[in-house]
Design a protein around this ligand. Structure first.
Ligand code: ADP
Ligand code: MG
Length: 287
């Protein structure tokens, strides 16, 4: 599903003395079947933006087009059901919303609500838990017996089990230890590889998104500051810094080397690339 956002503004508490502009006339295209990251400092409008994509929030101004469906300010809640089925949103800290007695039941909740057959529900639940790396030994456990990372993977499976065409994850690694974080990222990667669906990943961690995504959207103060491939975005680490963001560590090293007059590429963002470029530089300097 392609997503077009046109002149989208969102104002919280519009018309009151507490009115605040969270999104300011945003234009944006999110490409189908791609993995896109939305990054930006806290308060830049990331969560507000993604909640428009499944119409949990409606535009104050502007519109969002998802395939042929156009969402505007005056949408009727009843007409949004079909859209919400296609666009799955995993909130930040989704594990707070686990509530069933068992892992299996929790993941089955969404597909059951969609009115699917018992076999279809079972199939979806097993497939979703499989993608996030939760095996049968967990099915009858209480979600509350699990580790933080496992809980979060169960919560993600709950959305996946509804087979959305677009999956949005709002800060899926926030607050997890490195192991939990790696497991979540591996699950998201596997999901994208296996199902090929459009994935939108909200993050403030560059190291998380650098390797994983095809495109990055940088938000700053309710506007889209810049969009591009990770390579394009990370070749300007100092500009990211001014927006309260950090680039992967190695990007800075190369920006500094360039500044000091060394003949190095400035679009390096993985450790492997950095190693190769440094070896080349050492050879040049010696020669
Ligand atoms: P991010 O996800 O990038 O941290 P948010 O979309 O949560 O940003 O917030 C964008 C702006 O909107 C911030 O200034 C925030 O304080 C404000 N905001 C977010 N949610 C609400 C709300 N429910 N009521 C009023 N203001 C809000
Ligand atoms: Mg947020």
């Amino acid at each position: 599903m392609s997503i077009e956002i046109r002149k989208l503004s969102h104002i919280y508490n519009e018309g009151t003395t507490f009115a605040s502009v969270a999104l300011d006339a945003i234009d944006l295209t999110i490409q189908e079947y791609c993995m896109t990251a939305i990054i930006g400092e806290t308060g830049s409008g990331k969560s507000t933006l993604v909640q428009h994509l499944n119409a949990l929030l409606l535009p104050s101004k502007g519109e969002i087009q998802i395939n042929d469906r156009i969402i505007k300010a005056d949408e009727k809640p009843k007409q949004l059901k079909a859209l919400r089925k296609k666009v799955g949103l995993v909130f930040q800290f989704p594990e707070y919303q686990l509530f069933e007695m068992t892992v299996y039941k929790d993941v089955a909740f969404g597909p059951t609500n969609l009115g699917l057959s018992a076999e279809q529900i079972h199939e979806n639940v097993v497939a979703a838990l499989n993608i996030v790396g939760i095996d049968e030994t967990f099915y009858e456990k209480s979600p509350f017996e699990l580790s933080g990372g496992q809980k979060r993977r169960v919560a993600i499976a709950g959305v996946l089990a509804m087979n959305p065409e677009v999956l949005i994850l709002d800060e899926p690694t926030a607050g997890l230890d490195p192991k939990g974080r790696d497991e979540i990222l591996a699950a998201i990667h596997k999901l994208h590889e296996e199902r090929g669906i459009t994935v939108i990943l909200v993050s403030h961690s560059m190291e998380d998104v650098a390797r994983l995504v095809d495109r990055i959207i940088v938000m700053h103060k309710g506007k889209v500051a810049v969009t591009g491939t990770p390579r394009e975005i990370f070749s300007h680490p100092m500009e990211l810094e001014q927006m309260g963001l950090a680039a992967p560590q190695v990007s800075y090293v190369f920006a500094k080397l360039k500044e000091k007059g060394y003949d190095v590429p400035t679009d390096i963002y993985t450790v492997e690339e950095a190693r190769d470029a440094l070896l080349k530089l050492v050879k040049q300097v010696k020669a």
